[in-house]
Design a protein around this ligand. Structure first.
Ligand code: ARG
Length: 427
């Protein structure tokens, strides 16, 4: 009998966290006929077993396991651009989870190309935007890449998944699994599901993991100075720090004062509203400081135009359009605005709030001599007369043309002088 020729299998690169879903995905993909290669991205998540993840992947059946330290990429290409844009989805969410997805997509495509894999795979469900982000971003980088989404496809309940795991010797978590769905990285922590799904419920203590309850925060505030160069934070309290250290230090300090808790119902891209609790101590502190510095350094019209762009930046990030021509153009605009965003901001961190106390910049266009009501005022008061004439001209012209401008009030206005008793008249 001729020796059996091994059939070469197609390879798939799986985004692997070491959790139950992506662990079960290994044998599941093997059953679909693939050799599974895992890719785990270190984006600063709080896993205490990072070193064991590759080992676990191999034990579970992966042929190769890759671990990429993407923390600096995450900071330089996503977090800092987001900070420069003061990006907050729907005005509140600092996009921590959303930033990691294009990066993970890129890492998957990178490993797929290196390993000659035909497909990539992720463990997202069919209800979130993470599936959209990963697939749209991967498609932007390699339009030919095939994407597999085991969790979206396998239609298993939690119980069936555990059963499947046991049958395929997938190590199941020995500690009690969190009742929440969690995702975290350097820029913050996202927590959803469980009791949070009823927006009337107050998030229980256990929903938080990075911050102290503001009610239990120290009675003594912390004061911190953050220095920015071209919109990027470079020092804390005068000490130069790289991104990883700086964000880590602020997460710790601001988190200890309960800063950065966000509880929101957000509009998902996939059509429904969901409730999520975020903890982003460094992000909230830095965005607060950065916004303040812009108030003294940016021209008024630039600030206004940037405000519109910032909203667009946040929405595009949330909606998975990171690798797009518009995003590139937006970032070029934002970068141009940041050339003058240099200086230092002093903040007070106290019981859940980061409040700006002071700011200074060599590039400030805030001018004391123009602003002051005291001695040294250089503002030309007389020039206001002509200015108001011209500024108000179109409005005056409108009134003259359309006979608008009634001074009558909508409701009854009581005039004390009409009753014959003038009660208070300043002398
Ligand atoms: N809702 C957030 C977003 O779409 C976070 C998603 C991940 N959250 C989670 N708890 N697993 O960006």
């Amino acid at each position: 009998m001729a020796p059996k020729k091994a059939v070469k299998k197609d390879k798939v690169v799986l985004a692997y966290s070491g959790g139950l879903d992506t662990s079960v995905a290994i044998p599941w993909l093997m059953e679909q006929g693939y050799d599974v290669i895992t890719m785990t991205a270190d984006v600063g998540q709080q896993a205490d077993n990072m070193e064991e993840i590759n080992e676990k992947a191999i034990k579970t059946g992966a042929v190769t396991a890759h671990m990429l330290d993407l923390r600096n990429e995450m900071i330089e290409r996503f977090i800092w651009p987001g900070l420069k844009a003061n990006a907050l989805y729907e005005g509140v969410y600092p996009l921590n989870s959303a930033y990691s997805r294009p990066l993970i997509a890129q890492a998957l495509v990178y490993i797929a190309q290196k390993e000659g894999a035909v497909a990539i795979a992720h463990g997202c469900t069919g209800k979130g935007q993470d599936q959209v982000r990963i697939e749209v971003c991967a498609g932007a980088l390699d339009p030919t890449i095939k994407v597999l989404a085991p969790v979206r496809d396998w239609h298993m309940s939690r119980e069936q998944e555990m059963e499947y795991a046991e049958k395929h010797n997938v190590p199941v978590p020995t500690t009690r699994m969190s009742p929440y769905s969690l995702d975290d990285n350097l820029w913050g922590r996202s927590c959803e599901c469980g009791v949070l799904e009823d927006p009337w419920n107050k998030p229980p203590k256990g929903a938080y993991g990075l911050t102290v309850d503001p009610l239990e925060a120290p009675d003594k505030p912390a004061v911190v100075e953050i220095t920015f160069e071209k919109g990027i934070p470079t020092a804390v309290d005068g000490r130069k720090m790289g991104g990883i250290e700086l964000i880590g230090a602020l997460n710790k300090l601001a988190g200890a004062h309960g800063v950065g808790r966000i509880d929101m119902v957000e509009n998902r891209l996939v059509g429904f509203k969901s409730r999520e609790v975020y903890e982003c101590p460094a992000a909230v502190t830095l965005i607060t400081a950065h916004k303040a510095l812009e108030t003294i350094t940016l021209a008024k019209d630039v600030m206004r135009a940037k405000g519109d762009i910032e909203k667009r930046f946040a929405e595009m990030t949330y909606e998975g359009c990171w690798f797009s021509p518009l995003m590139e153009a937006i970032q070029a605009f934002v970068d141009k605005t940041q050339e003058v965003v240099n200086g230092t901001v002093r903040l007070q961190l106290y019981k859940g709030q980061a409040v700006v106390e002071g700011m200074k910049s060599a590039d400030a266009i805030y001018r004391y001599d123009l602003a002051t009501y005291s001695e040294g005022d250089s503002f030309d008061h007389a020039a206001s007369v002509g200015f108001i004439k011209v500024w108000g001209l179109p409005i005056k012209t409108w009134t003259q043309t359309h006979e608008k401008g009634s001074v009558n009030f909508d409701s009854d206005v009581k005039d004390s002088t009409l009753a014959g008793k003038e009660i208070a008249k300043a002398s």
